[in-house]
Design a protein. Structure first.
Length: 727
């Protein structure tokens, strides 16, 4: 709609903005350079019904000249003879009574001065401009003719006929009047009666002949000039949009008047009519001495004869003559509304860039307040810029289209974005409601792009925890599914709370195990330590579950079997994203740290301690926790071995003499074991069993391995690994 306006919607929007600007900031009521002399109701009441006899009208014109008017413009078309003139009256009278000297009486009437001749003589008393009406009347073929002109036109930049409004009909004055008057020009076209008048054509094309507006002729006569100038822009091709094609300005009487591309003056109306209009009777009574028109141009018009004499304007109805006076006053005072050549391009550019900015901001933000404020700022900027240009520079911009476009782009984009956000929210809730605490779920809903839709690499710490010994008591609860599920729920509830409290994510529950992940979807600077802390707390909170099992075993009169936990932890690079089907998204995390943590959890019972930590996590933790090496496990990815450690406690435990003694014993054990000094390794095991906190299950495991390798020597290149295969 910015480039093409086939339905006129853009122009209607521009008219709306122009009307609003005039209503809020009408033209200042300065000393008028042009005066409208109105044959109004009071004048008609004093001097008689309109139309007047031409001598009375001529007397008004003569009185206006005598009052000092520099030029007089008559905003009425007098197309026929005066019906009150004697020669016209005789033709209308019925035959006289018998015996009356009819011939002598008729001759006496005809000898009286003809009204139209008297009026023509009044027109010669000073510079007077007559008006004709384009858009109604006769055509050239029907005898319509243009009056002779005393002006010439200099056109620059193209052919004015291309842009000026064309009319094939017009209503003209009697030829005698046009010969007597100094000039004849066009006033408002006939169709203006049915429209709001915002512009006045300064030139019209009457079947291939140009005619200036009556207001231009009045200005030309006042200046005593005979030249008009028109500047135009004609694009070289149809794709040239650098400037709007059409007329740019019209020069008259030493003034350059900016106009529309169709050669129309943008009318800028004053709100206060006081001083700009005078009743006509004041010139015909008391000799007109009380009205001084010195140095002004006068426009004579009629407002008495009904609504057809009025035209709607942005500030209300005005007679056609008053509109002509407004146009003259604008040009003479220099308060003329212009539109810079670059205005259409600037409007289109601001519309495009503003709409794009709104679109990008709405799509980039999940909060509606910032796009709304930005859109409001753009709209406010467009309105203020238009207001400033109009009031300070007399430049006309059309903000309605950009404002409506900005609002429409925001509403439509925000609505579509709302649908997208709702879909993303449902997706996040479906995938993460059971995985994240509510606070983190709300954060993720606001930042959905943290969840990759495709596989993405990420550094994670994985924890797999399960109930050790659950299979022993599971059979007794198979007949009671509710109690079976209750045991698992108690364990999972406690474990989930511990993971969530430490900013971890529950990846999934499987059987009697829980899988948790740290460092995704939100980064955690200390993810390995958080996982270890959660694991230590899990071992402590198992007492409540065992108390429940003790009570339940007593109720069922069955032996009490306490439960413990097996937890595996490892850190390293993994893959996150859709690990389900293309059509059935299932967020997950997979990779070496996940599978190795699960392996450590499954085999923790062979090592003895509840928590077994992989080498990846141990490297991150450093010296902050009590980590005791328990194995060197070879996998296809880690052929040289990946160390496993028992997590026995925090930094306080690590500083205890008991732990230091165990660590020294294990160092000696693995030195002998990996050097295949089996006897020495057995001796170290015997000494280790005597230490406080000895891990009997682990030492039994290594007794078995030593016996195995004694029977099946591993070879000289063996570094002490235990091959686990694919885990």
């Amino acid at each position: 709609m910015s480039l093409n306006d086939p339905l006129g919607a853009r122009q209607r929007l521009a008219d709306v903005s122009f009307d609003l600007l005039q209503r809020f900031e009408p033209r200042p009521a300065a000393h008028p350079e042009a005066i409208y002399i109105d044959i109004d109701t009071e004048t008609v009441n004093r001097l008689g019904h309109w139309p007047w006899p031409r001598p009375l009208f001529g007397k008004l014109i003569e009185a206006v000249h005598e009052a000092g008017a520099r030029a007089v413009l008559i905003d009425e078309t007098m197309e026929g003879p005066d019906p009150t003139s004697p020669e016209q009256a005789v033709a209308l009278w019925p035959p006289l009574a018998t015996g009356t000297d009819a011939a002598a009486f008729s001759e006496a009437l005809k000898s009286l001065p003809r009204h139209d001749m008297v009026f023509a003589s009044n027109l010669r008393k000073g510079p007077t401009v007559l008006s004709l009406t384009p858009g109604k009347g006769a055509t050239k073929e029907e005898g319509a003719r243009l009056p002779s002109s005393g002006w010439f036109l200099e056109a620059e930049g193209g052919d004015p006929f291309t842009f000026l409004p064309r009319f094939d009909q017009w209503t003209q004055n009697l030829p005698a009047f046009e010969r007597a008057a100094a000039a004849t020009g066009a006033h408002l076209p006939a169709h203006a009666r049915t429209e709001t008048v915002r512009r006045l054509p300064l030139f019209v094309n009457l079947e291939g002949e140009l005619l200036p507006a009556a207001v231009l002729e009045a200005l030309r006569l006042d200046a005593g000039e005979s030249r008009y100038g028109i500047k135009m822009h004609t694009p070289e091709n149809r794709f040239d949009i650098s400037k709007t094609p059409g007329i740019r300005s019209i020069a008259v009487a030493g003034r350059t008047v900016p106009v529309t591309p169709e050669g129309e003056l943008r009318l800028y109306f004053r709100a206060e009519r006081e001083g700009a209009s005078v009743s006509a009777w004041r010139f015909l009574e008391n000799g007109g001495a009380e009205v001084d028109l010195t140095g002004r141009i006068a426009v004579i018009g009629v407002s008495k004869n009904g609504i057809d004499k009025f035209h709607m304007t942005p500030l209300g109805p005005l007679p056609a003559g008053a509109i002509a006076a407004e146009a003259l006053d604008q040009i003479l005072s220099g308060v003329v509304i212009g539109r810079p050549e670059w205005a259409p391009g600037a409007e289109m550019l601001s519309l495009a860039l503003g709409s794009l900015a709104i679109l990008l901001l709405v799509l980039a933000s999940r909060r509606r307040v910032w796009p709304f404020l930005f859109t409001a700022l753009l709209i406010g900027g467009a309105l203020y810029g238009t207001w400033y240009a109009f009031t300070e520079k007399l430049w006309l911009f059309h903000p309605v289209l950009p404002v409506l476009t900005f609002a429409l782009v925001y509403v439509v984009t925000a609505a579509l974005n709302r649908l997208r956000i709702d879909e993303e929210t449902r997706f996040i809730e479906n995938q993460f409601t059971h995985r994240l605490p509510k606070s983190r779920l709300r954060r993720l809903i606001v930042q959905p792009r943290r969840v990759p839709r495709k596989g993405t690499g990420v550094e994670v710490t994985s924890l797999t925890g399960g109930l050790r010994g659950f299979n022993i008591i599971a059979d007794r609860y198979l007949a009671d599914p509710e109690a079976y599920a209750d045991i698992l729920n108690r364990f999972f509830t406690s474990a989930t709370r511990l993971v969530h409290d430490r900013n971890g994510m529950i990846e999934r529950y499987m059987g009697e195990t829980v899988h948790a992940i740290w460092n995704t979807p939100f980064p955690e600077a200390d993810h390995a330590a958080r996982a270890c802390d959660a694991a230590l707390r899990m071992t402590e909170q198992l007492d409540a579950l065992n108390d429940f099992l003790l009570e339940d075993a007593s109720r069922l009169n069955m032996p009490y079997v306490p439960l413990s936990v097996s937890i595996g932890i490892d850190s390293g690079p993994a893959i996150e994203g859709n690990l389900g089907a293309f059509h059935n998204f299932d967020y997950g995390v997979s990779g070496e740290p996940v599978t190795f943590a699960a392996y450590l959890q499954r085999h923790a019972r062979h090592y003895g301690p509840a928590i077994i930590v992989g080498e990846g996590t141990a490297r991150i933790l450093g010296e902050r926790y009590a980590l005791l090496e328990v194995d060197l496990i070879a996998t296809p990815r880690h052929a040289a071995g990946w160390r496993a450690y028992a997590l026995l406690g925090d930094s306080i435990v690590r500083a205890s003499p008991k732990f230091r003694a165990l660590k020294e014993a294990h160092a000696a054990l693995f030195d002998a074991y990996r050097s295949q000094r089996w006897a020495e390794a057995r001796a170290v095991l015997r000494q280790a069993r005597k230490l406080n906190g000895a891990i009997e299950t682990l030492y039994d495991l290594y007794e078995q391995r030593i016996a195995h390798f004694e029977a099946n020597p591993p070879g000289a290149s063996w570094n002490g690994v235990w091959y686990a295969g694919r885990i």
